[in-house]
Design a protein around this ligand. Structure first.
Ligand code: 5GP
Length: 235
């Protein structure tokens, strides 16, 4: 499968057309942004880690009944995926208070919820991805009720599968962001990526951050943390 013209360049990935109109190639970059684009930098090796980790996790999720866009890993940084129309919702699942939840609601980071929570943000850079509820998503015609129900069910299922899986590697899944897409026939599939860019991973023993918060919060050690997650999960 050949890389044809570039269709899109995002903050962390480029997307290229292929000869097949239903397939595209994603190319992961080392570029990192934070604070709504206010902070820009590079995390060396991040593209390779995110590509390999995301593919590994999506393969596992597909085997357990969550359909995904993943088709085939082509190289360290490139993956063939099904072409989707992205549903413009950031779907966030949380098990433990952290980040914007802690800030917005005044809850200490690390507070464990009795049950996982789900929230949606409207994926729109100009509006800075505002938090919305599902009625807003319907009013804005971002998705149908049926799609929102499917997406919500998949998101909680991903949480159950991933939380259990990661604990085997002594990693706690604190929270994460998913994006879903529609195939040409309207089927909803998990898209984008699942990586230390999009999840909070805490070492289950020490509580150390093993994710992009190291970069976002200028804590340092992000390169090593990304490598550490890859080593634990992929050997
Ligand atoms: P928070 O809302 O606390 O900032 O983020 C919650 C979770 O979703 C974190 O795991 C974070 O990595 C992920 N997340 C939320 N928004 C974004 C985003 O715009 N980009 C990325 N990469 N992750 C996000």
């Amino acid at each position: 499968m050949n890389k044809l013209e570039q269709l899109y360049e995002g903050k962390a990935k480029k997307v290229f057309a292929t000869e097949d109109p239903n397939l595209v190639i994603v190319d992961y970059k080392d570029d990192a942004t934070a604070g709504d684009g206010a902070k820009k930098g590079t995390i060396r090796g991040k593209g390779v880690v995110n590509n390999k980790l995301s593919n590994n996790l999506m393969k596992m999720l597909a085997e357990q009944g969550v359909p995904t866009h993943f088709v085939e890993e082509l190289s360290d940084r490139e993956t063939l995926v099904k072409k989707v129309q992205i549903v413009p919702l950031e779907v966030i699942v949380r098990n433990v208070a952290a980040g914007s939840f802690s800030k917005r609601y005044g809850v200490a980071e690390g507070t464990v919820f009795k049950a996982p929570t789900l929230e949606f943000s409207y994926k729109n850079d100009d509006l800075h991805d505002p938090l919305i509820n599902h009625y807003h998503a319907l009013a804005l015609e971002l998705a149908t009720q049926e799609e929102i129900d499917t997406i919500s069910a998949y998101a909680f299922k991903v949480n159950e599968i991933l939380s259990k899986y990661l604990l085997q590697f002594n990693i706690r899944l604190i929270d994460f962001k998913l994006e879903f897409g529609r195939l040409a026939d309207g089927t909803i599939v998990l898209a984008d990526e699942i990586s230390p860019d999009t999840c909070r991973f805490w070492d289950a023993t020490t509580g150390a951050h093993l994710d992009k918060d190291l970069f976002r919060r200028d804590l340092g050690g992000e390169e090593e943390a990304y490598q550490e997650v890859m080593k634990r999960l992929l050997g």
